[in-house]
Design a protein around this ligand. Sequence first.
Ligand code: UDP
Ligand code: MG
Length: 183
Amino acid sequence: MTINVIEISVVIPVFNEDKTIKETCIRLRSILSKVVKNFEILVVDDGSTDDTVLVLKSLLEEIEELRVIKLHLNRGHMVAINVGLRHSRGKATAIIDADLQDPPDALVEMYELIESSASTRDPVFIVEAQRINRSTDTRFKRVTARLYYRFVRILTGIKITSNVADYKMMRREVVEVLSQVSE
Ligand code: UDP
Ligand code: MG
């Protein structure tokens, strides 16, 4: 049996976020440390060309719960998310953007929903944050989002609502199925 089970992993896809990533990691650590004992912040650097790598390097000295995975080329945020999911170890795993456009405090509520239902007959597998207005997205983004969710639904049989942001938290079982979805 593992002694230090990681309760929550948070995956952050990151492309040229040298202005935001430090604050985001510090905010996340402060929130998560109030909720669980063991967590990890999993940053996937999607081939950034600004100073993101340098910022992450110094953050690694500061935040022991931080793990960084570096992609050498920019592959797009969905690939970065998938790489993060494959490396995540938490009993629950969340995905959040680096720019704090989605309120990180909501992670607490997401985790409570998953955790409090875990030993019931109807456990919550995924908690998804819904964007109030998606019309600001480009057409391309809307289409890729639809395709992605349809793809996942077909492969897993798990119904994931379309038109949600990437901001969500999932139980381990879901992460494992999603990790098998090829890039
Ligand atoms: N991102 C990424 N690779 C890319 C573009 C974006 O990993 O090629 C990351 C970005 O750093 C952010 C998240 O994906 O953490 C969402 O990107 P963005 O904020 O540009 O998307 P939007 O807010 O428009 O959905
Ligand atoms: Mg954004």
